[in-house]
Structures are given as C-alpha cells and as structure tokens.
Write a protein that binds this ligand. Structure first.
Ligand code: ATP
Ligand code: MG
Length: 285
C-alpha cells in the first residue's frame, strides 16, 4: 500500500463531481404524484441499481435522467448539463449523444442488419466515417458475443441476442452513461443470463450505469450502490451488501422478502453466476 492510500481525505483533496446528480426531483402525471423528492448521485464508473415495487416510479426516474420527461420541481444534472432545463433541440441532441438507454423492448430497426443497426447513429448523429463505425461495431459485437451475427437481421435472432445487439448499439454511441430499464423482463428465462453476463462485464470494465431491475441477485452482485424506492421516494440506499444483508428500513426488508420468495414482480433467475450469488445471500428477515 502506498503512502497516499494511507492518508485520510481532507478538505483539500479534490473530489470529482458526480456524473449524475438529482436534487429534490418531483414529477406528477396530472394529479398523481409519481416522484416526490428524489435525490440521487452517480459517480463516474459506478453502477447504481434502483429496485422497488411496480409503479414506484423507477422508469419515470430514468426517463427524467435521459431528458425524456421534465420534472415539475428539482434539478437534474448529467455531466454538467442541466437536463431539466433543456430548451432547444440542439441541447436535447447533445444530451442524447451522452446517454444510452436500453429498454425492455429492444427497439432494433427490423429492416436493417445487425451491423447497420450499430452503424446508423454513429454515422448520422456523431458524423463518423462508415469504415470507422463498422470497425467499432464489429468490435462491440465481439464483446457481446455476437461476432458472427453482423449480417443477420433482428428477426433472425433470439430475444437475448437482440437485447445484446441493443446494448452494443447503445455502446456504439460511446455514451458516458447507460440507463438499463428492465432489460431482461421480456426474455425467456434461458436467455436472461447471457444478457446479465454482458452487462456485468461492462460494469467490470468501468461503465457508468443506472439499472432498474427485478433481478435481485444480479443487482446485489454488480452494484456499487442500491437504491430502494417506493411511492416516489428513496426509502433506503447503501452498498449492495448493506441493503441486501441488513436493510435498515422495514419496507426494504418486506420488499426483499417478497422478492426472495418470487413475488413483488421480482423473478429469481436460474442462471449462474447471479443465481449462485443470490442463493448464498445471508439475508435475514
Ligand atoms: N405517461 C404517463 N402518464 C400517466 N401516468 C403514468 C405515465 N407513465 C407512468 N405513469 C404512472 O406513473 C407511475 C409510475 O410508473 P413507472 O413506470 O415509473 O413505475 P415503475 O416503478 O417503473 O414500475 P414497473 O416496475 O412496473 O416498471 C405508475 O402509477 C404509472 O401508471
Ligand atoms: Mg418500469
């Protein structure tokens, strides 16, 4: 261990600002409050998982971070950009270049080959040369285990393969941040693991991401921080170990207890390595 490792942090130690920062975010649909004062920080290189019951506002939160929804109150900053104050089309496009969003439904272009799905936006939006975009696309397909599918069309792929293409497509834009919203919910159980493994590797590589997931073992295994939301507020946050092993809130405890027993919309997976991590959990209820 080097000397700097032993020195305590003090006020003179520069601390990087979070890549994502939400303060007191409120959003209602009509008279229905969905987000009721959310604070959230995500540092560069962190993986933060948001867990919570169905309808608790998780997807709404991701949509706010990506600028798809504008809160009525509070601030949202991503990489220094005030997302809640975007006014022009140009600002919105600039933000979209920096944030990748992967949804439950892969939303690939069905009429384009896998390669063209990955090349289209980097060429059109980032202005990359096609040859460069293709080289990057091939490298990304290799990374997600689909090097041999470049010429295939989405309809010729399994759900898990399509979702891995969608992840590669998001990565092709070289985003600073990727938001994953229930990316395995629509998949056959056999293909969930292959998608989770890809995301796990990206997190190991240092990808900054916010994940909404019902895959509790996965959230536990890969997250730097876990945030439990209910009724539009953050009930509890902490390290994965703390939240899963010794939740401080009775509501978190009740949710995890239901999730462990396969209710609350949470489906324990039967896929190593996440299943193994889950099975060995020392979770006291
Ligand atoms: N565009 C919309 N218009 C009106 N109400 C909406 C809209 N989008 C979401 N809601 C409502 O906001 C609440 C939160 O929805 P949201 O999709 O954020 O929940 P969630 O936590 O992602 O749930 P799930 O785990 O089921 O995906 C729900 O009551 C939902 O019906
Ligand atoms: Mg949702």
């Amino acid at each position: 261990m080097s000397l700097p490792d032993l020195l305590p942090l003090d006020a003179s130690t520069p601390v990087a600002p979070p890549l994502v920062s939400l303060r007191d975010v409120h959003l209602s649909f009509g008279i229905t409050p969905v987000l009721s004062g959310i604070d959230l920080d995500v540092q560069r290189g962190q993986a933060v998982s948001i867990i919570g019951p169905s309808g608790s506002g998780k997807s709404t939160l991701l949509r706010c971070i990506s600028g798809l929804l504008r809160p009525q109150r509070g601030s949202i900053t991503v990489g220094g950009i005030r997302v809640d104050q975007l006014n022009t089309e140009e600002d919105t496009i600039a933000l979209r270049k920096r944030i990748g969003f992967v949804f439950q439904q892969y939303n690939l272009f069905p009429h384009l080959s896998v390669l063209d799905n990955l090349v289209a936006a980097p060429v059109r939006v980032l202005g990359k040369a096609r040859s460069e975009a293709e080289a990057t696309a091939h490298a990304l397909l290799k990374k997600v285990g689909l090097a041999d599918k470049a010429r295939a069309y989405p309809g010729q792929l399994s759900g898990g393969q399509q979702q891995r293409v969608a992840i590669a497509r998001a990565l092709a834009m070289e985003p600073e941040l990727i938001l994953f919203d229930e990316v395995t919910s629509a998949l056959d159980p056999e293909t969930v693991g292959e998608v989770l493994n890809v995301i796990g590797e990206l997190v190991d590589d240092g990808l900054t991401c916010v994940l909404v997931t019902h895959e509790m073992a996965f959230a536990r295994a890969i997250s730097d921080e876990v945030v439990f939301t209910e009724h539009g507020v953050v009930v509890e946050r902490g390290s994965a170990e703390q939240v899963f092993s010794s939740p401080t809130s009775d509501r978190t405890r009740a949710f995890l207890s239901r999730a462990l027993s396969g209710h609350a919309g949470a489906r324990p997976t039967a896929h190593a390595p996440w299943h193994a991590a889950f099975a060995s959990a020392t979770f006291a209820v």
